[in-house]
Design a protein around this ligand. Structure first.
Ligand code: G1P
Length: 277
């Protein structure tokens, strides 16, 4: 059973300026719910109720989302608006939240390493909130699917999906042997390769289950693509140790770090979960 889930949330979200000048990108709403709340719901649904968030300057709104706000609670008490806070209150009751800051913007690998004091020495989930995932139904979240794969294999697991070849430069790309339908024993991974040199078109998306030896590997991982410490490079080092599995998940994923994906997600969630019949 994995209880911890780490949310790297220190990035600036510059693609969403001017909104992200004063709002953390994780707080941008898809319809009426902030992106990070979808991620925390997915983690809690998988039983990962110890939520650890790596933040940075200007990210207080995330902490406020998962804290009581008596003024608002009182304002909506006994009105039909009270309903709108129910899910958030249930999530707050089910989960614990802890926070630390990434001191320098040195990449996703460094952000994950910054979370070590919150995570400790047990396997943990990682959610990149701007990859918004919708399972095929409410009981089939992507992290919950990955947990089942972890229970069978006991090593780090990355979620993967096929992307158009011209998009490989946006992702960590894996290659591997399909050992069961949708489950790959990874033999190589590269961070953001260009189309001609990518080992495949199977991209890592922002869901991971990591074994805690990843922290020692991250400590010795040099800066890679973009001059940043990459989780992909540390995972590559794990291939020869415990092994790493790629899992082609069921469901849809929206790249809410891009305007296009954000709008797509908004339309999808509005149609599937919000629009009244
Ligand atoms: C990060 C990872 C990359 C992964 C991607 C998924 O990149 O470094 O390997 O494919 O998330 O969204 P970023 O999107 O932060 O540049």
């Amino acid at each position: 059973m994995i209880k911890k889930c780490l949310f790297p949330a220190a990035g600036y979200g510059t693609r969403f300026l001017p909104a992200t000048k004063s709002i953390p990108k994780e707080m941008l709403p898809i319809v009426n719910k902030p992106l990070i709340q979808y991620g925390v719901e997915e983690a809690a649904h998988a039983g990962m109720t110890d939520i650890a968030i790596v933040t940075g300057r200007g990210k207080h709104a995330i902490e406020d989302l998962f804290d009581n706000n008596r003024i608002i609670e009182e304002a909506v008490a006994n009105t039909d608006k009270a309903e709108l806070l129910k899910e958030t209150n249930a999530l707050m009751a089910a989960c614990t939240f802890s926070y630390t800051r990434q001191k320098q913007m040195k990449g996703l690998g460094d952000a994950i390493l910054s979370g070590e004091p919150l995570v400790g020495n047990l396997p943990f989930g990682v959610v990149l909130a701007d990859d918004l995932c919708a399972g095929n139904n409410a009981q089939d979240g992507v992290l919950a699917q990955m947990l089942k794969i972890y229970e069978q294999h006991g090593c780090s697991i990355v979620a993967i999906e096929e992307v158009p070849e011209q998009d490989t430069h946006k992702y960590g790309i894996i290659s591997g042997r399909e050992i069961e339908p949708g489950i790959y024993q990874i033999d190589d991974m590269v961070e953001k390769p260009s189309a001609g040199v990518a080992p495949s078109n199977m991209a890592i998306i922002g869901r991971y289950i990591l074994t805690p030896d990843i922290f020692d590997l991250l400590r010795t991982t040099p800066a890679g693509t973009g001059g940043e410490i990459q989780i992909t490079d540390a995972l590559k080092a794990q291939i020869g140790k415990g092994g790493v599995i790629g899992y082609r998940f069921r469901g849809r994923r929206f790249d809410c770090g891009s305007i296009h994906g954000f709008v797509e997600a908004t339309n999808y969630f509005y149609d599937h979960f919000f629009k009244k019949a």
